[in-house]
Design a protein around this ligand. Sequence first.
Ligand SMILES: [Zn+2]
Length: 167
Amino acid sequence: MPCKEDDMSIWSDVKCPVCKSPGAKQLLWMVKCPHNGCDKYDPDLALEARSRVTASAHSVPLTGSFNPGLNAITIRYRNAAGIDKTYTGDKTTVKAANAHITICLVPTGKRCSFSRERIMNLAEITPYIPPADKLSSVDRQILGYHQSKGTTSPRHEAVKQKLGKPA
Ligand SMILES: [Zn+2]
């Protein structure tokens, strides 16, 4: 069975000469077109073009040397399609942003964003959220206000408690 990638690499990327669709391939006089309905339509090419888009948009690249060692943490995530996936990240890189949690993932070290409500083991992740990320924008305003004035208030004390500071 011939290797498909090697096979395709000798084909040039062209606009289909028949229907003008982008994404067609040409080798000498032969043309493969991804556009269904074209004279030169090639189902394999159409499938390959689709799977390439899906792969780049939705999956984590599988190359890289990022290794968090003892800081490794597992995220069990159910995606929008209802499919459970497991990711490994570095727990020292956990950050919270509203409804999302971001973390640098193995093996690329790239920071990825996860919707909190889809993380199946959220309780195992939240302890690693830095205290400052737990503050709401109102909390931050209160903190900034009293910090600049050198004053305090019951709400200010409550915010400080969220940060883990003694009240
Ligand atoms: Zn065509």
